[in-house]
Design a protein around this ligand. Sequence first.
Ligand SMILES: NC(=O)c1ccc[n+]([C@@H]2O[C@H](COP(=O)([O-])OP(=O)(O)OC[C@H]3O[C@@H](n4cnc5c(N)ncnc54)[C@H](O)[C@@H]3O)[C@@H](O)[C@H]2O)c1
Length: 265
Amino acid sequence: MDLRGKVALVTGGASGIGAAACRRLASHGAVVSVADVDEERGRSVADAVGGRFHRLDVTDLAANHAVVAAIEEQFGRLDIAFLNAGIVASGRDDEPLDEAAYRRILGINLDGVVFGVDAVVPAMTRNGGGHVVGTASLAGLVPMPGDALYTLTKTAVVGYVRALAPTLAARGISINALCPGFADTPMITPMRGQFDAAGFPVLTAEQVAEALAQCLAAGGTGEAWFVQPGMPAAPYRFPNVPAARNADGSHAAVPAGLDPHGARR
Ligand SMILES: NC(=O)c1ccc[n+]([C@@H]2O[C@H](COP(=O)([O-])OP(=O)(O)OC[C@H]3O[C@@H](n4cnc5c(N)ncnc54)[C@H](O)[C@@H]3O)[C@@H](O)[C@H]2O)c1
């Protein structure tokens, strides 16, 4: 994949999967803008890849737009956005809801993608097209008992990406979700010992970044790419759901433009 002359934005780029993605995109020749709330580590990643750092809290819509405006001003274009910042829930599923913590995980994992899309799509449209990838998780495809709020946000990212893809395709913009299993980043540090004890092969951040590159190179849209240890990353094939039927059993015609994808005929 030759990304020379291309400009990429990576949110949550200071650490883990985002940092590996910055290195990977830069290795293909892209100019990388690293965006994160962690200034010190974000600057260090940006310096290492010859890119630029932007302090960005992804929960702030105006700040997302400001970062994209700065990128356009500096480089004249934006081709790739990896909307990746994310956290796990701070409380347990069986505890009373901590509203501030609930708003926080929704803000980072969900608003971070939706606000990011709102900011990058006009720039990509001016550019004649582009590629957006949101980091969901395997928890976007299968439930993760014990962190229902995380599952909620990641499932939402998958649904959002799949629903938005046809609209963005008309502008030459692809949008996909990356759905990694457990990856060896600071996010899983609290449970790292459990994986080691079980001999479970967690992904490296570099393997997830490689899957990002494969997803971009594949050129599809509206896909949710699972990334699991020991097998190639690939788009998840969602099972179809039954289509609506009339009282006589014949298939019901859905009004034009309201046809959900994947309904079985
Ligand atoms: N590590 C895993 O096992 C795993 C598995 C599946 C999906 N993911 C997802 O991958 C993404 C990256 O996670 P990671 O594992 O690299 O974790 P990480 O903790 O190493 O990195 C997350 C980054 O997001 C940044 N961030 C947090 N809040 C932010 C905000 N408000 N604005 C901007 N940046 C913010 C952090 O500063 C950090 O640099 C997340 O969306 C996560 O949910 C991780």
